[in-house]
Design a binder for this molecule. Structure first.
Ligand code: ZN
Length: 233
């Protein structure tokens, strides 16, 4: 599968039978880690190999695919050929749900490898400074699997390490609907945003206010917003 690095998740076989309810493990049943250590290390290596500019990624935006199945290759095709996005896959990372890839499997998109702006938020500026992570699933109907949330947690915790090493600050973690200038229900009404914010507590009102300022500037601009000007905000 050219263009994507990936690693298999380790799970029980239960998700083959019941892919969308993979998080419903019975009491006392062992919850598998989403990824075996060697696979996790290969994802970490792919993350490390990218040439990340200092303080480039200020936001991490969480999405759902809105589909019950899918993977990076399928979404790449859709974004490239149907949505006509020249850089293809709009997200930097995709986390599988056990249908088209493993449950909790992390796929790394070209936009991470090449450090390109995302195509996942309705704002050029926010796409430039916002990483997109898409969980496969329709979370208006289903819940994300436990393995997906574990993988998301693991991935987000690993990503800011890079900028911390180079003296940067932690990224702000938000659901798509919390940052998009246009109304959207992504990542779905059943996605546990409260868990996300409890887990990543750097989502403070002041940060939200800063986003609002940026978006207002972008909306009021007749021309396409100037990166140079906005970056100075
Ligand atoms: Zn979204």
């Amino acid at each position: 599968m050219a263009g994507f690095s990936s690693a298999s998740g380790t799970t029980t076989k239960s998700w083959f039978k019941n892919p969308v309810d993979g998080d419903r493990y019975g009491a006392g049943r062992r919850i598998p880690r989403p990824m075996a250590l060697p696979d996790l290390l290969s994802v970490r290596k792919a993350i490390d190999d990218a040439r990340v500019a200092r303080n480039r990624w200020k936001y991490i935006v969480v999405h759902n695919s809105g589909t019950r199945q899918g993977n990076a290759r399928i979404f790449d095709y859709y974004h490239r050929h149907v949505r006509k996005m020249p850089n293809g896959l709009a997200y930097h990372f995709v986390i599988g749900n056990g249908t088209s890839t493993g449950n909790g499997q992390i796929e790394i998109g070209n936009r991470w490898v090449k450090q390109l702006a995302g195509g996942h938020v309705h704002s050029d500026y926010l796409n430039y400074i916002g990483l997109g992570i898409c969980l496969v699933g329709d979370f208006n109907r289903d819940l994300p699997t436990h393995a997906q949330l574990e993988a998301l947690d693991e991935l987000i915790r690993y990503l800011p390490t890079k900028s911390r090493k180079s003296g940067g600050t932690l990224s702000i973690v938000l659901g798509h609907k919390e940052i998009n200038p246009r109304p959207t229900d992504c990542p779905g009404n059943r996605f546990p945003l409260s868990w996300l914010h409890r887990t990543f507590t750097n989502c403070e009102p002041t940060n939200i206010a800063a986003i609002e300022t940026i978006l207002a500037a972008e909306r009021s601009s007749k021309r396409r917003a100037s990166f140079a000007g906005l970056l100075a905000l």
